[in-house]
Design a protein around this ligand. Sequence first.
Ligand SMILES: Cc1ncc(COP(=O)(O)O)c(C=O)c1O
Length: 393
Amino acid sequence: MSSQAPTGQGLLDLIRTHYQTDELIPLHAPCFDETEKNLVGDCIDSTFVSSVGAYVTEFEQKIADYTGAKHAIAVVNGTMGLYLALKTLGVQANDLVITQSLTFIATANAIRMIEANPIFIDVDENNLSLSADDLKAFLTTQTYSENGQTFHTQTQRRVAACVPMHTLGFCADMPEIIALCKQYNINIVEDAAESLGSFIAGQHSGTFGDFGVFSFNGNKILTTGGGGMLITNDDALAKQAKHLSTTAKVPHAWLFEHDEIGYNLRMPNLNAALGVAQLQKLNGFLIEKRLLAKQYLFETQKSPGVVSIPSPENQQPNYWLNAVLFETQTERDSFLKLACEQSIQARPLWTPMHQLAIYEDEIRTAMPITEFLAERLVNIPSGIRCPAGEKND
Ligand SMILES: Cc1ncc(COP(=O)(O)O)c(C=O)c1O
């Protein structure tokens, strides 16, 4: 690369070569072939296209087997999966729920849908996810215990749950977060929307807390069109989550008895058929994504002004979205403009929750890492290359 080349041009050249197209290169588009068409076609032929059908059960079982969780409950999307998990754990209006400010808005919205409020904690610079150190500092200095529960000292409101989010497929330090939350008797829902295929010390993300929640939105590593999945090792929680997701109907051959206010959140069979087909390809997707992450790492090692985020120790991320860091926000913005001019999709992270007007008044810690990353980080194309003749939708 000549010394005149703009910062990051080497990366853009690599992306163009990798995806071998002159057209727009999306950040992360799904890729389908006959496998998906056959199973979705079979589902249509069966006429079981709604929330009763063999593909829903099969998809649940296969996600449980893959992640090592005891139970999996398929739902309509990740957002409602988070809501359902919190609801099943007994989080109530006026409770407080700890999460990170650096997340997609669904994490915070699921908490507000219950009429609880989020407490925003900074993220760890090594894994971009909820900081165990900041969580510990917050619990130690700003809460007290009463009757086995934890309360926020200033507002005297109950801290009912903690929702660490595994950012971009990197994982929060779950062993440490679990130990802390156990000590303070706080339930954990892992927002694993982005981390299917990510492992911490050989254990799948989402299997550490009371619940883990995946998303199968069209931009995720594996898609069902729209969909989500709760996983848990707890028999009673699994039973209650499924009950609530299916209108709280008491099982009976013909009677409509409902024993509490429930929801219609079960994933339709049509979407589950797509999921079963996609799941067959997950290992191949992971291999391709890890290779691409390595190529990005090599390229950034020889590109001044831009660095890759290295894989955190003891983790195997899925590299859902690869991320690079620029030295300043101005450099970052120049790269975004350059990528846009070259028809390559690149995106900054989400605006941190505490900087949105709707969430600016929530309880929070200082956010130096969140703000640093929000100003400098860029996601670059990370999708799977479709085989020749196939086309990304
Ligand atoms: C971190 C995070 N949480 C939750 C969600 C919500 O998932 P869904 O779009 O399936 O509702 C997403 C993605 O969309 C996400 O990235």
